[in-house]
Design a protein around this ligand. Structure first.
Ligand SMILES: [Mn+2]
Length: 260
């Protein structure tokens, strides 16, 4: 993959990067209908990181070309990365820890703090969202499907070297059901570590508690639809995403100017 970006702690590009240095891999689910969401998510991570990281988009068309993704698209798949996300350990060569995250995230915190939560005893770690039973009454009649571990797979730290994750081969990812994959059925419950919810703060589900900084999002997840869709321009925290978009556009323009 060619799109990895190496950064040092000051956010500057690092050339002659020492391949022995520990660099964390972040895979962002890419959907061609939400390209700008991907760009802003990526920008928000790079801008705030204090550790070297590499970011890769998970692009279904590329994976198909490489022959590691071949399953037919089902009509229940809401994004192009519904299933391909589970190739994360394979894409990381089953080595070290890597993060998978949906493209509809905006990071407000330093990703280092997330990596600091890593505990090698787990096969994966993620936010354990609880949708029962309040969600059924919350949405005012709007159709809201509820299923076990809903949204857990949208941001996952994978212990790619964990023996249990060896079983996430392309063959398995291409054939297993959505329930098997999204509910992490290849793992025991005690192999799934927990991350504070602020790292996958679901707009429309999670809430900031006045005066409690522990509840303020470190990563906002616009799971119902983000401000890149006209309909969701005014959603909660939509202004933060729009500000980030402006900054991203300016930095992209600057890069073009620098090349002149
Ligand atoms: Mn999402």
């Amino acid at each position: 993959m060619s799109e990895g970006t190496y950064l040092n702690g000051n956010g500057n590009r690092q050339y002659g990067f020492n391949s022995n240095a520990k660099s964390f891999k972040i895979f962002i689910g890419y959907d061609s209908r939400e390209d700008v969401a991907y760009e802003v998510c990526r920008y928000s991570i790079l801008k705030r990181t204090s550790i070297p990281i590499e970011i890769f988009p998970i692009k279904q068309c590329e994976l198909r070309q490489k022959g590691i993704y071949w399953r037919e698209r089902g009509n229940l798949e809401s994004t192009e990365f519904s299933f391909s996300r589970f190739l994360t350990p394979h894409l990381a060569n089953y080595i070290g820890w890597a993060i998978f995250v949906d493209c509809d995230f905006l990071y407000l915190g330093d990703i280092k703090e997330l990596f600091d939560l890593i505990d090698d005893k787990y096969a994966i770690m993620c936010v354990h969202h609880d949708y029962t039973p309040k969600e059924a009454t919350k949405m005012d009649g709007a159709i809201q499907t509820v299923y076990p571990r809903k949204n857990w797979s949208s941001m996952v730290l994978y212990n790619c070297g964990h023996p249990k994750n060896r079983m996430l081969t392309p063959e398995v990812v291409n054939k297993e059901t959505g329930a098997f994959l999204h509910r992490f059925q290849w793992l025991e419950d005690n192999e799934i570590g927990e991350i504070p919810f602020v790292w996958n703060f679901l707009v429309g589900h999670n809430a900031v508690v006045e005066g409690d900084p522990e509840t303020y999002p470190k990563a906002i997840h616009y799971t119902l639809g983000g401000p890149w869709f006209e309909k969701w321009k005014d959603c909660q925290f939509g202004d933060l995403w729009l500000n980030e978009l402006e900054e991203y556009k300016k930095s992209a323009e600057k890069k073009v100017d620098d090349l002149k």
